[in-house]
Design a protein around this ligand. Sequence first.
Ligand code: SF4
Length: 263
Amino acid sequence: MLKEIFVKSAMTYEYPPDGGTVPIIDPYDGCTIGCPYCFQLEDETWNTDLNVKVNISDVLQKELIQWNKEDTVYLGSKCDPYMEIERKYQLTRKCLLELSKLNLKCMVTTKAGSKLIFRDIDVIKPMGNKFTLLLGLSNLQQLSEIDDYTLMSNIQTANQLHRMGITVWVFITPILPGITDIDSMISAIDQDIPVFLDKVRLKRNTRPALRLERFIGNHYPHLIKTYKDIIYNNTDVYYEDIKEKWGKTERVKFVFESSNSTD
Ligand code: SF4
C-alpha cells in the first residue's frame, strides 16, 4: 500500500561489511522494480508498503547545513530513485536540487529504465563531476524483452548520458547466467564507461535466494539447476569464464574477487 509519510531525518547510514559508513538518501522506502535477488528482501518488513517521504527535501536542506563537502551522498538503497512514482512526487529531483545548491558529491543508483532521469538533466548537468550515475543493467524485465542490447533502455540511457558529459558507471550486478549475455552487453556500452561485474551472491534459504529460485523456476525452468548450484553450492562456472575473458580489460571491474555466498 502506498503511504505518504513525514520523516524527521533525511539521511540514513549503512555500514558495509568491509568497513566505513555510507550516507544514503532514500526518497521512498520500498521499490516497485521487483528484482527477485534484491538484498533488501532479507528484511521481511521491507516493501510491505511503499512509503513516500513527502517532506524529505525540506528535512535534507536543514541536515546539509552541517554536511562535510568531502563526503559523497548516495541516493537510492531502499528504493529506486527513478521508479515510476517519482514522476508524480519528484522527490528525487527535489533532493538533487538541495545537493546541487551546495555543490555536494552524490552518486545515484537506478535500474528503473524509465528514462525519467532525463527530466532532471537541468539539475544534473551543472553538477559536473560531483554527480555520478550508477546504472544497473540487471533489470529482469528489460532483459526478458530484449535480444539486441543496443536497444536495451538502460544501455541507451548510459550511452546518451555519457555522450552528454555525465559521469556514468554501469553495473551488471549480479550477472545472471543464461539470461545476461555479458559479451554483447559490454560491447553495446560506450568504450570509456566503466563496467562493474558481480556474481549472484545470496545466502541460501534467505528470502532473496528463495525468491530468485522461484523466479527462475517460473520463467527460466531450463536454468533451475544452474541457479541451484550457485545458491546452494556456490558453483558459478559462468562467472569464472567471464573473469577469464574480461579480467584483463581495464574498464571492466569485478566487484568482489572472491566470496562465499552460501554460508
Ligand atoms: S531496483 Fe534495487 S531496490 Fe529495487 S528491487 Fe531492484 S535491487 Fe531492490
